[in-house]
Write a protein that binds this ligand. Structure first.
Ligand SMILES: Cc1cc2nc3c(=O)[nH]c(=O)nc-3n(C[C@H](O)[C@H](O)[C@H](O)COP(=O)(O)O)c2cc1C
Length: 263
């Protein structure tokens, strides 16, 4: 099983295996970054870490899990393991060893820098790429996940839904009807309350893998990821939302989805 805990350890592990390339020349967030990423992906290239994004100091990672070898590194199985064998391994670990609930910790490296609502400016502060010419805006969320909680049972869901920046302190989130966050949202809508939600951008990729995989309702992807890792995922209580947030994430946007403010 893998001992990876965060994105930085994953980047090092991929680099050692020749599965990640650092791009040091300047790349424009405006269509250039996404175009390079797409061409690289079509050629089955490595994960790319764009370290010099025009106008920004924060790097952007693309194509994290687009190869069998990088999936194997993420799961901590032998490189060379096929997709089919990895799927079997996943089911065997989950059924034989079981799920592992997250462990609460007081805080984590992600809280080293906290920016409050009045001070945040998403497009100024983060290198959000403009991906396709016909997109309605710049997408801060692609390989990310949204954390929400069932109002009645307390079940915590992690789901990958794309997110486009709307303005300085708002992002849209495209939750298709029937997805688990939509089930949660309907409860809040009925209760006339804004739904607490947290978007995690940059994290141990096993959490992204679980959040974009079909996991049954009332089962938390945190427990599945813990089971696959063989140890609990460390979480802390979000100050604004009270949601359990991954301690070893890079960026977390904490906020609310207000049924009275849909755009
Ligand atoms: C890169 C990526 C982007 C995705 N974008 C969306 C999206 O915008 N909206 C959506 O409903 N599902 C999207 N999905 C699919 C969901 O992540 C997937 O159905 C997942 O199981 C949803 O979680 P849930 O079952 O907890 O609702 C995406 C998946 C991936 C891998």
């Amino acid at each position: 099983m893998s001992e990876l805990r965060d994105l930085r350890e994953w980047i090092s592990a991929c680099e050692k295996e020749g599965e990640l390339k650092r791009i040091k020349v300047q790349v424009d967030w405006n269509l250039e970054l996404s175009h390079i990423a797409k061409l690289n992906e079509e050629r089955k290239g490595p994960a790319l870490l764009f370290e010099n994004v025009k106008d920004y100091t924060i790097p952007v990672l693309t194509s994290a899990l687009t190869s069998e070898k990088r999936l194997a590194i993420t799961l901590g199985v032998e490189p060379g393991t096929s997709m089919c064998e990895m799927a079997r391994w996943w089911m065997k670990v989950i059924t034989e060893k079981g799920l592992i609930k997250p462990k609460e910790v007081p805080s984590g490296p992600v809280t080293e820098q906290v920016v409050e609502e009045d001070a945040i400016d998403l497009l100024r502060d983060f290198p959000v790429p403009y991906i396709y010419p016909k997109d309605g805006g710049r997408y801060i969320g692609t390989a990310v996940f949204l954390i929400t909680k069932d109002l009645e049972t307390g079940w915590v869901n992690l789901g990958t839904y794309r997110m486009m920046v709307h303005d300085r302190n708002h992002t849209g989130v495209q939750i298709i009807k029937g997805k688990h966050a939509d089930m949660h949202f309907k409860q809040y809508e009925k209760a006339g309350k804004p739904m607490p939600a947290a978007a995690v951008i940059g994290c141990d990729p096993i959490l992204f893998l679980c959040s974009s995989t079909l996991v049954p309702a009332q089962v938390s992807e945190y427990d599945v990821a813990g089971g696959l890792r063989g140890e609990p995922i460390e979480v802390f209580e979000g100050e604004l939302t009270g949601l359990p947030l991954p301690a070893h994430a890079e960026i977390i946007l904490e906020g609310f989805i207000d049924p009275k403010d849909l755009r």
